[in-house]
Design a protein around this ligand. Structure first.
Ligand code: GLU
Length: 319
């Protein structure tokens, strides 16, 4: 790892900006609402906020509760998509689309119109289909092991684990996801037994990471498919670019347009309150605050990213 310990070699500008954002977020009284449909997540402490930025020159600039673990939830879909594309390549697109859904993350309506083929890999139905692709030819335990190994590899951290309580809580209350999976299976979009696919899906959503680990994990998307600029290759530059494109257009469910409007970066949110945002060529950013907006995206996480992108002039759409 080429990172220097925080505090030794800061870029003053980024460091000051992160400090300022962390202070301003701490003062906010509007904090959103936790995900209440997964009881284990409903207990989240809304006062929490963390941020970490992994930069092209190998530093990690952080603020707030950057070491506190949170549930990855839908952010895990970025890593499962990367893994599935590595395993089955473009054949994946035969069963999952690449268009924004304009519907809530767990909507079933669109599936019926579109013969069980999910709109994109980041809505729940799409991510369940991606998990099915990873599972094919393997036991659930092997598929889950491959996902966890990949996340540990890209974040350079073997300490990342699954929170079994969250996985169980989601399984016990996952009626909507069970419906989505059965519906897709009836159209032949899923190849494996529904309970196997969902077992792997619930567990990869329950992976726990902190902001430091997540910012590190996103580096391959920021640096043209490489761990670090000029470092070991994780995926091709083209694949990284395309995953970024999907994050920009589909990463925040039916709030994706608004996120592009305010932040202007590829980003993927999760109902645990985390967001992974990518500044191509420059940085991988992780923010976390468990209060969500009406679309299931972190309320203050998005606010922090908006400030950061503005102050650093990082929007992909220009200054
Ligand atoms: N595990 C969650 C679910 O399937 C993921 C949703 C999210 O993070 O947006 O409902």
């Amino acid at each position: 790892m080429t990172l220097t310990p925080e505090g030794l070699e800061h870029t003053p500008t980024l460091d000051t900006i992160i400090e300022g954002i962390t202070c301003r977020i701490a003062e906010r009284s509007d904090r959103g609402r936790p995900a209440d449909y997964i009881p284990e997540l409903a207990r989240a402490d809304l006062s929490r906020f963390g941020i970490a930025v992994a930069t092209a020159d190998g530093r990690l600039v952080t603020g707030g509760d950057r070491d506190m673990g949170f549930s990855l939830q839908s952010i895990s879909k970025v890593f499962t998509l990367t893994l599935a594309l590595g395993q089955v390549g473009d054949a994946l697109w035969r069963r999952v689309g690449r268009e924004p859904s304009g519907n809530p993350f767990n909507s079933i309506v669109q599936l019926e119109y579109e013969q069980g083929r999910p709109r994109n890999p980041f809505i729940n139905a799409g991510a369940i289909a991606v998990t099915d692709a990873i599972l094919s030819g393997h036991q659930p335990r092997e598929a889950l092991g491959a996902i966890l190994r990949f996340i540990r590899f890209v974040s350079d951290d073997d300490g990342i684990t699954i929170n079994e309580d969250v996985a169980r809580s989601e399984k016990e209350n996952g009626f909507r996801n069970i419906a989505l999976a059965n519906y897709m299976r009836s159209f032949g979009i899923l190849e494996n037994p529904v309970d196997y696919v969902l077992g792997v899906y619930f567990h990869h959503c329950a992976i726990e990471m902190n902001c430091r680990q997540l910012a590190m994990a996103g580096r391959y998307l920021a640096f043209g498919g490489r761990h670090t600029p000029g470092g070991a290759r994780v995926v091709s530059a083209e694949r990284a670019r395309r995953i970024n494109a999907l994050m920009l257009t589909c990463g925040h469910y039916d709030g994706s347009g608004d996120f592009a409007f305010h932040v202007g970066l590829p980003g993927k949110s999760g109902v645990g309150g985390g967001i992974l945002a990518i500044v191509p060529g420059k940085a991988s950013i992780a923010v976390w605050s468990p209060g969500l907006d009406a679309n299931g995206n972190s309320w203050l996480g998005a606010a922090a990213l908006e400030q950061l992108a503005k102050e650093m002039r990082w929007s992909v759409f220009g200054d």
